[in-house]
Design a protein. Structure first.
Ligand code: HEM
Ligand code: HEM
Length: 246
């Protein structure tokens, strides 16, 4: 009984070779979050150095922050494998998972595995630091150190993202399952009974519409009325002031 509760908590399907059955694992809001979060991170990174693209950096940065906020709430209220409690592992579970990788018989997890989960919590923690320091920097609330913190947290996150992508590729090979594709379709190999009942399509579509809607409002200038506008000092320095016509 004890073992089955633990298995249920960890989402381990209990077999070395996952069943050929397909089951629903990632709900649509989690998938929309993932790919929008990855895209806004990449684009915010690419627009961070250029003064001309500073307004775009701010728009992408706020989108990134909004997506993060959604994920923090969905980590509590979301479906089984999206909930943080389903991938909050003890260090002993991480060690056991790493040992199973070395032994050539990797432990199968229907949700996130313990190594992936660690990278995910690191990315979410760093993303929170990036977003908070980004808003504070745009308000000129701190000095040089806040900008350094913003840039440093973004660079640290980039390093974890690289490890995350390498981990996804390695796990896909070891488990003979395309995990990136599973993050697109929501389906993974496993017992149907262990899957989630619903994909929450409506909420997923609403999340995507919220992203595009926000971009529309930003471009039309409306969003600026409810978000803190960058201070003059930051604006002048980085081209946020909006009084140049190029
Ligand atoms: C709420 C979100 C964000 C806001 C409000 C924001 C705002 C800003 C501002 C105002 C600056 C200019 C700082 C200065 O005065 O030098 C800046 C720089 C920077 N941002 Fe963001 N940002 C956000 C999100 C992000 C994200 C998601 C990334 C990561 C991809 C990122 C990466 C950077 C980097 C690397 C710089 C330094 C660029 C340089 O070399 O000057 N920011 N950000
Ligand atoms: C900037 C780039 C990226 C960021 C910030 C990022 C972030 C994340 C986060 C936060 C999660 C947790 C998902 C959740 O439960 O909400 C995750 C999971 C995942 N990501 Fe990414 N990701 C990035 C790029 C990629 C890329 C390029 C791929 C494909 C090669 C990928 C494949 C996956 C997969 C397969 C999972 C699920 C892992 C599992 O099966 O346990 N990610 N990612």
């Amino acid at each position: 009984m004890q073992a089955s509760i633990e298995q249920q908590h960890a989402g381990v399907d209990g077999t070395e070779h996952p069943a050929v059955e397909r089951t629903r694992v990632w709900d649509l809001p989690t998938r929309i979050f993932h790919w929008s979060f990855a895209a806004t991170f990449a684009l915010a990174w690419l627009t961070s150095e250029s003064e001309k693209l500073a307004d775009l950096h701010l728009m992408l940065g706020y989108t990134f922050g909004g997506l993060l906020l959604f994920r923090l709430i969905w980590g509590i209220l979301g479906s089984r494998y999206a909930r943080f409690s389903s991938f909050l592992f003890q260090p002993s579970a991480l060690l056991r998972y790493l040992r199973s990788l070395l032994s050539g018989a990797p432990e199968h997890h229907l949700g996130h595995n313990p190594a992936g989960a660690l990278a995910i919590f690191l990315m979410l923690g760093l993303a929170l630091a990036v977003a908070i320091s980004g808003v504070a920097t745009s308000q000129d609330l701190g000095g040089e150190w806040l900008e350094e913190l913003h840039e440093g947290a973004a660079s640290a996150m980039l390093a974890v993202v690289a490890i995350h992508i390498a981990g996804v590729i390695v796990s896909s090979v070891l488990h003979r399952e395309n995990l990136a594709l599973a993050m697109v379709t929501g389906w993974k190999q496993g017992r149907a009974a262990d899957g989630i009942a619903r994909f929450h399509h409506v909420l997923g579509i609403l999340l995507l519409l919220a992203v595009f809607g926000f971009w529309g409002l930003w471009q039309s200038g409306v969003a600026v009325d409810w978000l803190p506008a960058p201070t003059a000092a930051v604006g002048e320095h980085h081209g946020y002031a909006g009084d140049d016509d190029d």
